[in-house]
Design a protein around this ligand. Sequence first.
Ligand code: PLP
Length: 400
Amino acid sequence: MRAVYLDHAATTPVDPRVRRAMEPYLKSEYGNPSSLHRWGRRARMAIDAARETVAAALNADPAEICFVSSGTESCNLAVIGCALKAPPHRRHILVSAVEHHCVLHAAEWLVPFGYTVEQIPVDRYGQVDPDAVRARLRDETWLVSVMHANNEIGTLQTVEAIARLCKECGVWFHVDAVQTFGLLPVDVQAIGCDLLSVSAHKIYGPKGVGALYVRAMTPLQPLMVGGGQERDRRAGTENVAGIVGFAEAVKVAREMLPTEAERQTALRDQFIQAVLDAVPDAFLTGHPTERLPGNAHFRFTGVPADSLLIALDRAGIAASSGAACSAGSLEPSHVLLALGWHETAAQEGIRFTLGRDTTWDDLAYTVEVLRQEVARIRATRSPARPTAGGRVVSQRTPLR
Ligand code: PLP
């Protein structure tokens, strides 16, 4: 059967160059980087080199990079770790309504400890208006967290403007860049953030490794305690092979970035237009242009996402609904609800995310399967199929 993987925002395969770079650290180079002997020193040198690679890619100082176990841990450490340093009169936290659950749940985790968490609404494309942030900043605000790009609908945020606002008001600013790092330029100086999260497995690196950029002087309470690893910011013996693999993935991604972002953007636009032309009552979700290069998200009115995902899977196509971690649950997507969609509509969102190996041939096949399966599911559901009831979710957007 044909296999078309269009779920690269959930995860990516490990690049062979990454696998090769990791291999010695899974075989002969097994030293503990905290050990003083030569095995340990070699492992330490590998981590130091990886730290320099990740720091250079972010335009940061190596000392500002803290390796962690995942994008989730990175966001947890940023939100909870920074919030725990807030004085009692500064326990107000702002997060955008479309953040990944690793930010939203981290912020909610703080509430029983006396913190107030407020969500910043988004517009119908999923963008945060910096004025909406300004309107919610108070004397008590300690931390703002807004993602660089949304993992579901791909919308990019104007994080630079929000960073400027936070700086003016003396508020710490965290950016979840898990979906942009390696795909688009991510420069912590240009953005002006204090904390920024990245993850390896979204960029053809291994699962279970990520990093948090921590600008010098940013307050941060470690969440893992024990040894003094990662400059006392994250205790625990480092995942040496994972960190080495992450750095190799970063190198490859940096080389490919300029051409690959352009290639994926062109393919994505062609795919979006083809789907809108081929499938009746199909709507593009998110911003028509300010979106991740490889993200195409649609609503097919009257077609529950889970039914369509199963039909696509039978045809060998991997797509997704909602965030990868919550796929499988029938909960409507919090991101789509935040756009103002009603509950039924929010269960009809489907995400396709392109990768380095995606070809037009794969996408043309997907368009054809979608055309057939959307019609079949609609026909089996009811003759009185609901049309775009409730609020209009997004306009059919002509793309160039
Ligand atoms: N933040 C965003 C925007 C994501 O898309 C993800 C993963 O889907 C994460 C954080 C969590 O990253 P990880 O899977 O490395 O824990």
